[in-house]
Design a protein around this ligand. Structure first.
Ligand code: HEM
Length: 401
């Protein structure tokens, strides 16, 4: 593992994998927002961190100066030849305009509200099945025994992959998102089994098409041509990464919050119609996803001398805590009325799966609240949080009853 010295000053040397950040990033962002709103670090070959909503929004909307060619910060810069523009490694999230709009439009019907509604009974049944064994227990882990299983099963079903491959998927997500410390070659080696797995599933679907997302991609066309094989493959990898870790984290953080607020649990049980509003607040306050951009050419952003290929760590979670944009930004208010949060991103890459994510969160929390009477953190210090650009609890031991 490369050296990862502890951070002494987040304004000049930030690192999103630092244990202090992983445990509790909010005070760091609050401090930076006040004293150094666009922080800089030489780590990862040069990176910038905007913490104000206005800067995060301006950069997310500025596709002239910033590229999405790669959205996960690492030590190297994958070259244009490794990730040919405009598709990028995982379209549409890694595609720039104008190709991005085509790749995105293609995927829109898959996540339309009607399609998402069709999946709701499956999610409800799945949650009930996961919660049944909790009966009579006085200790469970809300991440390991519940949250992490839900999005995995949903994506496996959508893609037409074997349901029992859930553990493998979680391993893939970990390899892609959490191995940011590793040199590029090692990350590539680790990616090979993932590539082999996807190619095998694609070949199965080519031999025997089915009514699922994999066959949809294999049959899809852009400008009258079938999708390039690397486009199909990249979109499938994106769905695994974008769909699993994110929603798992969002469900886990919501339960983590509720486990510390029995009065809010009682309120939500008495007023279930409040749940969608509470979910928006959990998404705002504990937004799980930070994405990256690369600076296209040397350029001065608001007095920051940005260099070609510098990273931008685009912290939607920090934007969501900006007191200039949200009243009582640091408070979790489950009936917050005005809540234009950025948890699903800003600009052209705004989350395509937001309908699906919201449905999964709502059903997961509805079933949880209906079936789990009282719950609290077994030991606040035993909770662990993921490292990297998607934040959520990975161990969440609870006491029941
Ligand atoms: C609570 C859960 C989720 C959160 C917080 C979330 C957040 C985000 C964010 C912040 C972006 C913007 C990325 C950028 O600007 O670079 C994004 C994009 C995306 N998300 Fe999600 N996401 C979630 C769930 C999902 C799910 C369940 C899916 C699909 C299975 C999904 C699919 C996508 C796709 C395809 C994009 C790329 C859109 C584009 O580039 O036009 N997401 N998501």
């Amino acid at each position: 593992m490369p050296e990862h010295p502890p951070v002494k000053d987040f304004a000049t040397d930030f690192d999103h994998t630092d244990p202090v950040w992983v445990k509790n990033p909010y005070p760091i962002w609050d401090d930076l927002r006040e004293h150094c709103p666009v922080a800089h670090s030489d780590r990862y070959g040069g990176a910038w961190l905007p913490t104000r909503h206005s800067d995060v929004s301006a950069i997310a909307h500025d596709t002239d100066h910033f590229t999405s060619r790669t959205v996960v910060v690492g030590p190297g810069r994958p070259g244009e030849d490794a990730l040919p523009a405009p598709i990028g490694v995982a379209p549409p999230i890694t595609s720039d305009p104008p190709f991005h709009a085509h790749a995105r439009r293609l995927m829109q019907p898959v996540f339309a509200p009607k399609q998402v509604d069709l999946l709701e009974p499956f999610v409800r049944e799945l949650c009930a099945k996961l919660l049944d064994p909790f009966k009579g227990k006085d200790a469970i882990d809300a991440s390991v025994d519940y949250a992490e299983h839900i999005p995995v099963a949903v994506i496996a079903k959508m893609l037409g992959f074997p349901e029992q491959d859930g553990d493998l998927f979680r391993h893939f997500v970990h390899e892609i998102l959490e191995s940011v410390d590793l040199p590029v070659e090692e990350r590539m080696d680790r990616f090979q089994p993932i590539a082999d797995y996807f190619i095998a599933r694609i070949e199965e679907h080519q031999a025997e098409p089915k009514d699922d997302l994999t066959s949809f991609l294999l049959e899809a066309e852009l400008a009258g041509e079938p999708l390039a094989p690397e486009h199909i493959f990249g979109t499938m990898v994106l769905l695994i990464v974008a769909g699993i870790d994110t929603t798992w984290s969002a469900i886990g953080s919501s339960i983590w919050h509720l486990a510390q607020h029995p009065e809010e649990v009682a309120r939500l049980k008495a007023n279930p119609e409040l749940l969608p509003t509470a979910i928006e607040e959990f998404l705002r306050a504990y937004a799980p996803v930070t994405m990256a951009r690369l600076v296209k050419e040397d350029f001065d952003y608001e007095g920051c001398p940005m260099k070609k290929d510098d990273w931008i760590l685009l912290s939607f979670p920090a934007a969501n805590r900006d007191p200039e944009f949200f009243e009582d930004a640091d408070k979790v208010i489950i009936d917050r009325e005005v809540n234009r949060h950025a948890a699903f991103g800003l600009g052209i890459h705004r989350c395509l799966g937001s309908n699906l994510a919201r449905m999964e969160m709502r059903v997961a929390l509805e079933e949880w609240l209906a079936r789990v009477d009282t719950f609290s953190l077994a030991d606040p210090d035993a909770v662990t949080w993921s490292q990297g650009q998607v934040r959520g609890p990975r161990l969440l031991p609870l006491s029941l009853g």
